[in-house]
Design a protein around this ligand. Structure first.
Ligand SMILES: NC(=O)c1ccc[n+]([C@@H]2O[C@H](COP(=O)([O-])OP(=O)(O)OC[C@H]3O[C@@H](n4cnc5c(N)ncnc54)[C@H](O)[C@@H]3O)[C@@H](O)[C@H]2O)c1
Length: 277
């Protein structure tokens, strides 16, 4: 692969003409999930965005937000952990935007609080299927064309729960997020010479609608506001991250500004993984 010129001009983030597939582009509740903010960000940078989600109404809301800003997007409905659905979703994406996928943003993630005694093998398999098998299925769809064209970016969303114990048991989630990170490192190494980059974005404590239904109860039995405040207090920056904080990191990795970045983890956590207590 050729090196860039000696004195290249500053590179704006630009995804014009690129097709981005976001697996999990809806939101667990009203407001801005990471996938939704990422979809809107990609579209603002000129990409055509495939908003894939098993929740049709939520995906459609993301697509409508993009259309309202004059962007290009299509809603694709299906289960990204189901092999037949995945095949259909990517076929629809290629048909819709006429060609290959330039950027795979693997966003889906589910969990269940509890340690080994509270986690059944059925729960473990289900969480692994959604968090990890789906990444395998999606890579099988995008890699052949990325290799053929000599370019592509795979962005997997992991979690700091895959690097650290966050103060409460969340075993299946943490283990599968660690798997997502290492899966991505391995793909990056295998395909580095063929123009395909693969990186993980590792969000910290992010204030998305999902936390109301999942981890909030680990921080307060009584109120969501109290749980949000307790979460924010843990972070050196004094606040939880927003979905946009994560989306902007993804935009960098999707773009040619990250042309020499592969096989790495971009931690977006307000400093929390660097601190002792
Ligand atoms: N919110 C946080 O604090 C936080 C922190 C670290 C990492 N993350 C990770 O970031 C990602 C997004 O988090 P979020 O809080 O925005 O979550 P979210 O639940 O709002 O968004 C995930 C979307 O994926 C969809 N989805 C789930 N399973 C699916 C399946 N099998 N097929 C198709 N669609 C499916 C959901 O319907 C939802 O719209 C997840 O991977 C999560 O683990 C979140």
């Amino acid at each position: 692969m050729s090196a860039p010129p000696d004195h290249p001009p500053a590179l704006p983030l630009d995804l014009s003409g690129r097709v981005v597939f976001v697996a999990g582009g809806g939101s667990a509740g009203p407001g801005w999930s990471i996938g939704r903010a990422a979809c809107v960000t990609y579209a603002r940078l000129g990409a055509s965005v495939c908003v894939a989600d098993r929740d049709a109404a939520s995906a459609e809301e993301t697509t409508a937000l993009i259309h309202a800003e004059g962007g290009t997007a299509a809603t694709l409905v299906g289960d990204v952990a189901d092999a037949a659905d995945v095949q259909r979703l990517f076929a629809e994406a290629r048909e819709r935007f006429g060609g290959a996928i330039d950027v795979l943003h693997h966003n889906v993630g589910i969990g269940k609080t509890g340690g080994p005694l509270e986690t059944s093998t059925e729960d473990f398999d289900r969480i692994h299927s959604v968090n990890v098998n789906s990444l395998l299925l999606a890579c099988q769809q995008v890699l052949p064309a990325m290799v053929e064209r000599g370019r592509g970016s795979i962005i997997a969303i992991s979690s700091i729960a895959g690097m650290r114990y966050l103060g409460y048991p969340h075993l299946a989630y943490g283990v599968t997020k660690a798997a997502v990170t290492h899966f991505t490192r391995m793909v990056a190494q295998q395909y580095a010479g063929q123009g395909v980059r693969a990186n993980t974005v590792v969000p910290g404590l992010i204030d998305t609608p999902r936390i109301a239904t999942t981890v909030a109860k680990m921080f307060s039995d009584t109120s969501l506001d109290e749980a949000r405040a307790a979460r924010a207090r843990q972070v050196p920056m004094g606040r939880m991250g927003t979905a946009w904080d994560v989306a902007h990191a993804c935009a960098f990795l999707a773009s040619d500004a990250a042309a020499y970045v592969t096989g790495t983890e971009l931690v977006v956590d307000g400093g929390i993984t660097g601190k002792f207590v």
